[in-house]
Design a protein around this ligand. Structure first.
Ligand code: NAD
Ligand code: TDX
Length: 347
């Protein structure tokens, strides 16, 4: 099998490439990545720099129609099955509040270029999206039935930020290309990921690397916002399940029942690092900050038989803290510039 993986030098895409290279000897991968601030050649170096002939990195823009047509055409012309797995996106909410334009370009125009290419060449596409397209849920009332207050594929789209609005738009483009043009595509909407190779702008790596540096973690608002954490390996195992067994045109929600509020995550990280669990700062809130995300993944579980392997958030956070301790050379070059951007925002 041959795959074109867009955004494969970013957090989730790179984990996907490494796991696939290790576990699936029959798969050849071309990564298409623009290597923005969020993508890093070094993340893929162990597989792209001569050591594994099955993995190739092409530096380029997913919104570059001619390039995308050529790469998708190569898949169509090769022997055996081929597919595109589309991770490439501008992915950080805080950045989208500051400058939405790259989000429109990559998330909307990039997905459009890819859809036109898979339409032209008749190639299968899996589109990787987010639970944020559904907006947010109220903070849970303990008397609520938790199963009734989760996102499902029937929840109406109601995005809050330029990031989530452009991801919602990209999902709708995929649906329209399936219905109108018979494109062979699936969509997945996943909750918040954590694990190795996540950029230090994101919540967990930011706090982990602050703790390593002896800086107090920075928590937005009152810290009561809830995210539904999933380990990136479980997300990518679900992507493979959908790619292999998902129904064309279907949307699969991916989540591992990992709800926790931000204070709980930060307090756990501080405890794991042997520090005072109260040694964090509450800082200015994010405008439009979504309150709570929670995923009902029953379709993925019942139809495709997927189950998460990482079920305990505390042990996943411990392993992540250790990974950042062991891989300082990877994240250190980005840390100061990321914190300088946050300092300008007062966060
Ligand atoms: P990331 O920001 O870490 O990586 C994005 C990658 O895409 C980078 O390598 C970047 O260089 C590349 N890229 C950006 N613009 C590009 C362009 N125009 N052309 C080619 N490459 C480009 O993001 P991530 O967290 O790995 O997210 C990957 C995907 O998963 C995104 O589509 C995101 O919406 C989705 N997602 C993320 C999460 C999460 O918690 N991080 C949760 C659900 C869904
Ligand atoms: O320093 C921080 N302090 C803080 O309290 C940062 C960076 C974040 N936060 C809060 C905001 C959120 O409630 O932590 C939570 C998680 O924040 P992010 O890591 O920025 O993630 P979020 O905005 O929830 O979006 C993430 O999950 C869905 C990814 O970035 C998206 O790409 C994905 O679609």
């Amino acid at each position: 099998m041959r795959l074109l993986v867009t955004g494969g030098a970013g957090f989730i895409g790179a984990n996907f490439v490494h796991a696939t290279a290790q576990q699936r000897p029959d798969v050849e991968i071309t990564v298409l990545d623009k290597l923005t601030y969020a993508g890093d050649r070094a993340t893929l170096a162990s597989v792209t720099e001569g050591s594994d002939p099955r993995v190739r990195l092409v530096e380029g823009d997913v919104a570059d129609s001619a390039l995308v047509q050529r790469l998708v055409g190569e898949l169509a012309d090769s022997d055996g099955p081929g597919a595109v797995v589309h991770f490439a996106a501008e992915s950080h909410n805080d950045n989208s509040l500051h400058d939405p334009w790259p989000f429109v370009q990559t998330n909307l125009l990039g997905t459009y270029a890819l859809l036109e290419a898979v339409r032209e060449h008749g190639v299968r596409l899996h589109h990787v999206s987010t639970d944020e397209v559904y907006g947010d849920l109220p903070l849970a009332d303990p008397s609520d039935d938790p199963e009734r207050s989760k996102f499902t594929a029937e929840t109406p789209y109601n995005p809050s930020s330029p990031y989530s609005a452009t991801k919602a738009g990209s999902d709708l483009l995929v649906r329209a290309w399936v219905r109108s043009f018979g494109v062979q595509a699936t969509i997945s909407n996943c909750s918040n990921n954590y694990g190795p190779w996540q950029h230090v702008e994101k919540f967990i790596p930011r706090q982990v690397t602050n703790i390593i540096d002896g800086v107090r973690p920075k928590v937005y608002g009152a810290g009561t916002n809830v995210r539904d954490w999933i380990h990136v390996e479980d997300h990518n195992r679900a992507v493979w399940a959908v790619l292999q067994r998902g129904r064309i045109g279907e949307t699969y929600l991916i989540g591992a029942d990992g709800e926790a509020n931000n204070l709980r995550v930060v307090r756990t990280l501080l405890e794991l690092a042997g520090q005072d669990a109260d040694a964090y700062d509450l800082v200015a809130d994010r405008p439009g900050h979504d309150l709570r995300y929670a995923i009902d993944a029953s379709l993925l579980r019942d139809e495709l038989g997927w189950r998460p392997l990482h079920r305990d958030l505390r042990s996943g956070l411990k392993a992540t803290l250790e990974w950042y301790r062991d891989n300082e050379a990877w994240w250190r070059p980005r840390k100061a510039a990321t914190e300088a951007k946050y300092a300008q925002l007062g966060r």
